[in-house]
Design a protein around this ligand. Structure first.
Ligand code: FE2
Length: 250
């Protein structure tokens, strides 16, 4: 494992790094700029997670290999893995789900996006479907979905069924407003959130793990617990995976 000068080896599990496929970077040059920013932020591994609705999922491994070659040519010390961000409206076949999924056999899991505009009930339905197909679930930015955060909104049900939660660094540092920030910090402080990721899209919406760790510590989290959310916790998810989620009751 490569550590930077501060001894950090951070891992991003939600990051739009493939060029020209979704609302992330539009050119390889922009991808490389984002990658450099991530390395400067202490990150050594990124799972690329284009939105499934914008990309032909079957091309993601090949596109990731092209990015890997470009990183190598540019001398940027960053490991990239193929992945996909799945949303409730995405209808992926078995092969596409396997490209989206991370973790070892039998403990594969999928990054499932909490909806910013669609209803939370649809998220629970999609969670049930993916659980039924044998996948564990990492719910992306639940704090950005106001409906999900309401009492009885479904978050507790997802947690009870074994899903883990990924907070956005941008939420933790207040870029999506006070309600989102407060909910994100509470999920971290209560131990209900497992991971923080940047969900970066472009240099102006870039990597922010260092800032997020500082904000978590400022909000009362122990420094090692905050750092774990961007290093050991995502590492464990990649290496050891996640048990298949139980299907939420509907
Ligand atoms: Fe995303």
């Amino acid at each position: 494992m490569i550590l930077d000068g501060a001894g950090r080896a951070r891992i991003e599990l939600h990051f739009h790094l493939l060029p020209g496929v979704d609302d992330g970077p539009q050119t390889m040059e922009e991808s490389l700029e984002l990658a450099r920013l991530a390395v400067a932020d202490g990150t050594r591994t990124i799972t690329v997670t284009p939105h499934a609705r914008f990309v032909d999922v079957r091309t993601v491994p090949e596109r990731t290999e092209e990015l890997r070659a470009a990183l190598r040519a540019a001398g940027i010390p960053l490991e990239v893995r193929a992945g996909v961000e799945v949303a409730q409206e995405d209808d992926l076949d078995a092969d596409e789900l396997e490209i989206a999924a991370q973790g070892p056999p039998g403990r594969r899991w999928i990054l499932l996006e909490a909806p910013l505009v669609l209803d939370a009930a649809g998220l629970l339905d999609k969670a049930a479907e993916l659980a039924g197909r044998g996948y564990g679930l990492l719910i992306g930015h639940p704090e950005r979905c106001a409906e999900l955060m309401e009492p009885g909104g479904g978050l507790d049900e997802l947690l009870t069924r074994g899903a883990l939660l990924q907070l956005n660094a941008s939420s933790v540092i207040g870029r999506h407003g006070e309600r989102v920030r407060a909910d994100a910090l509470e999920l971290a402080r209560s131990g209900r959130a497992a991971v923080v990721a940047s969900d970066a899209h472009r240099p102006t919406r870039g990597p922010a793990l260092t800032a997020a760790v500082a904000a978590l510590v400022g909000a009362g989290l122990a420094p090692d617990a905050a750092e774990r959310m961007v290093s050991a916790a995502p590492a464990a998810l990649l290496e050891r995976g996640l048990a298949p989620a139980a299907a939420p009751r509907r």
